[in-house]
Structures are given as structure tokens and as C-alpha cells.
Design a protein around this ligand. Sequence first.
Ligand code: AMP
Length: 339
Amino acid sequence: MPHIHIISKLTTSFEAARRSGDLLFFPSTITKHTDSDVEYEIRLCPALQHKAIPPKSITDPEPAYDDRRKDQNPFAPPYNKNLYIGELKDEETQEEFVLLLNKYSVVPQHFLMITKEYKPQTSPLLPSELVQAYSLLLAARESGQRFFAFYNCGKNSGASQAHKHIQFLPIENSEDGPPIEISARKAQITFPDRPFSLNHLSYANHCYRLPSQLHTYGPDQLETVLAQAFLQLLDLAISTIRHDESYPVGSPAYNVILTLEHLHVIPRGKEEHILKETGGKLSVNALGFAGMLLVKSDEELEAVKKESISKILRDVALESVHDIQVDGASHEAPLAGHL
Ligand code: AMP
């Protein structure tokens, strides 16, 4: 199976890429910090202070993809042979994807699934992309590893590259998934095929529990479940955005987090939070909403803890309008609210 093949190459490809110097690895340490009933991981990576940041290519509105942009696109061929892991083709749509190791790696084996043909990072996930991402997570689990996937959609989502890419990160310290997954699991839901919201969080979030036997579904059924779940969550995210009168003009921005058990969509209002303590900018992408923040100094780490992660995430996300969306219906569970 091609997905297993990709996963089985990760360890050796990562080590070889690092040795070659084409992959830069930045060591880090993790501090746990509980806030709003979530045990967040704050990753301190001092080496990032000196990293030459690759130029951002994501813009809104999206200009035409011409030769000049192609030359500046790190995800266009020719691929660096040391970062290249392989390719996948969706059987239904014949769409092709390239798998590359993240060149600037803070977590070993962080890899990207990139559309082979140029597509913008401002576009919603397609059914084929969801199926391929889920199949990679499943292949990882079958080979005894755990990954989750995330997608930063739009300029204010924390994305830096304009060429469409979904990212995959191993779950290092826990069998349970990224920190937010613990909350999603705890949520008591009455209607399993409906989205719900984790109401103890400070920001608007839309979540869907995938069927427990999804790994046994055939390709058509798998695609239907994932596509319908995503469309429902996207509808809700857009509805949340529409309630925000100050929402910036341009394409809507949101983060997507996919595990084998849940799909999360978090609408975004802005990319960066200005830390009260230091005045510095803290960029937040899907990882922040998965419960994993990245800081570059002890000072920044202390500033994040002092200000509270809930406040930071609320600032870069949107206010929940879940109560309006459920139209006053009281389906509230202790941690979750149905729609
Ligand atoms: P995002 O910032 O969410 O758009 O994700 C883009 C990711 O691609 C970042 O994690 C970068 O570290 C990574 N990246 C940037 N340039 C390259 C490259 N040339 N090859 C592989 N990964 C890259």
C-alpha cells in the first residue's frame, strides 16, 4: 500500500536529510501548562531566533500563478532529493500529491503533503485531500506510529506558503493525540453525526467525531464521511465569520486539525498576537489550536503563561456564536454543545 510505504520511509529519510544538511533540525524543550482544562505544550526553541525565515509567499487576494511565482515556490519541482519521500495518487480523481520532509524541522519526521499541480493555500480541502490525509494517519497507526494532520488555510491562519499543503506531525509524548484531542474525546455527544463545539474553550471551534469504525470503510464511504464532516464544519466556520462585523476583507481564514477520531475547524481573525509583557509578536497556526505553542525564548515563554493561552488564542480566533447557531436549543453537555 503506498501510504504504508511513505510512512515506512520517514525515519531513514529524516536522518539522511539531516545528515545531508538539506534538512535543518532545531532542538527544543517542552513545558506543560494547563489552561481552560487543556494541558498545553509550550515548545521552547531558542535556535529559531537565528533561523533565516523563508519568505512568506501567501497573499490575499491570490495573484495569478505565473513563472515568477513558480521560481520562488519551494514546493514546485524540481524537488530536493533529500527531502523527497514519495508521491500519492488519488484513485478516484487521479489527483497527485508529493510528500516532502519539512526543511525547517522542530519535530523529527514533520512532513508535508503537497498538491503536485499548483493550488492555492486559500482553497478549502477537497474530498481527495481529506482521504489521502486520513489514509496516511491510518497507515502510521498500522505501523505502530501516531501522527495528526493540520491545514492552515488563508493568510490569517498562520500559513506562510501559498502552494497548497497539508502537514503531518508525529505525536511524541502521548498515545492520546495532540492536547486538544483529549478534550474532544471527553466531550459527551448525543448525536454522533452532527458537529459540536468544545464550549469550555475561549474561542469559536467546530468539531466532528468520526465514526469509530471509519478505518474499515471502503474508499467511497470514507470519502463521503470525511467530505460531509468537513463541509458541515466549514459551513459553521463561515457562519461564525459572518457574525463578526470587524472580520478583515478577503478570503476567510481557518485552521483544520485531523486525527483518526476527530476533525476540527477553527475560524481565524488574525495571524499574530502581540504579547502584553514583551510587545513581541507571537504567530499562531493550527498547532496552537491543537494545544501546541512555539516560543523562541524564556522571556516569551513566561509572557505566554502570564497572559494566559486562552486569551492569546481568543485574540487570534473569533468569539463563539455557538449559542446563536444552535438557535437557543439547550443541548449542552458539560464540555460539548451539539449543533
Ligand atoms: P505553513 O507555514 O503553514 O505554510 O507551512 C509551510 C511549512 O513548509 C513550514 O513548516 C516550513 O518550515 C516548510 N518549508 C518551507 N520551505 C520549505 C522547503 N523548501 N522544503 C520543505 N519544507 C519547507
